[in-house]
Design a protein. Structure first.
Length: 279
């Protein structure tokens, strides 16, 4: 006869309850670990800011890192900005022509680049090119015990290695975003005016009348500056916190690109909601 006693039902539900308990425990452990790591990253950022005096006093260190993070990223920024602007010109003209507003092509290209595409796409490119390089460089220094050697020689690695790279990224990001937007506008001009035949006077005059310096350009600069802080912070932290092995450095580099991309898109939404809510 089948056993219908309460003890049998408890025994049958025991494995299922055990699985759910393990899943909830694993989820709680993961959330707690992420919160702890976020707190550690915040403390690391504060330590970097407090040790930034060396980077500001010894400008050759920061200028050298600006060259490696900013100047060496010019090619991908210039080419990407030019082609993004050309694509915007083609797609914008095709859309505006349906409503008889093709003369407003310059406004569409400029506002799209200055407000959104310029800071966001430039930040994503910067994270994939310069952010991953910073993480790999600091991670290899840790794997080869160069950071430990500096500590033994009474040299603070945060002040000597981390802070110059952090400020180089913060300084380079707004400049690269501005260059990306400028080349994008030029690409839209080439396609819209030179290739398609939009009136050149209308293209520039409507752009000048519609793009506001404070509401559009300054807010775009604030966005790019914020993205520079985010990408640089994540890049130096992941490199400094990586496991001192080849696999650990590889994982840290991957985390830098993925985390930076998600953080950029999330911050872009928040900043857009705050800046352009009443526009």
């Amino acid at each position: 006869m089948p056993d219908n006693s309460p003890s049998s039902s408890i025994r049958e539900s025991g494995p299922a309850m055990s699985v759910w308990t393990k899943l909830i425990g694993h989820l709680g452990h993961s959330v707690a670990a992420r919160i702890w790591r976020l707190g550690f990253a915040t403390r690391f950022l504060l330590a970097t800011l407090s040790h930034s005096g060396t980077a500001l006093r010894r400008l050759p260190l920061t200028i050298r890192e600006i060259y490696f993070t900013g100047v060496l990223s010019l090619i991908i920024i210039i080419v990407s900005g030019l082609f993004v602007g050309m694509v915007l010109g083609l797609q914008g003209y095709d859309t505006l022509q349906r409503y008889g507003s093709s003369e407003a092509l310059g406004v569409l290209v400029a506002l799209s680049l200055v407000r959104e595409l310029g800071p966001v796409v430039a930040a994503l490119l910067f994270a994939s090119r310069a952010g991953s390089a910073i993480t790999a460089e600091i991670g290899l220094m840790k794997a080869t015990e160069q950071l430990s050697a500096m500590e033994m020689m009474a040299v603070d690695p945060i002040a000597r290695i981390v802070a110059p790279r952090f400020w180089a990224g913060v300084i380079s990001m707004p400049l690269l975003a501005a260059l990306f937007s400028a080349l994008g506008v030029f690409g839209g001009y080439l396609v819209g005016v030179q290739l398609i035949g939009v009136d050149e006077g209308s293209f520039w005059s409507q752009m000048q009348a519609s793009v506001d310096f404070r509401e559009d350009i300054i807010n775009g600069v604030i966005k790019s500056f914020t993205f520079g802080i985010i990408v640089s912070w994540i890049a130096v932290f992941e490199g400094y916190d990586s496991d001192p092995t080849a696999e650990g450095v590889s994982r840290a580099t991957t985390r830098t690109v993925v985390t930076s991309s998600l953080a950029i898109l999330s911050a872009d939404f928040i900043l857009t909601a705050l800046m352009f809510r009443g526009a």
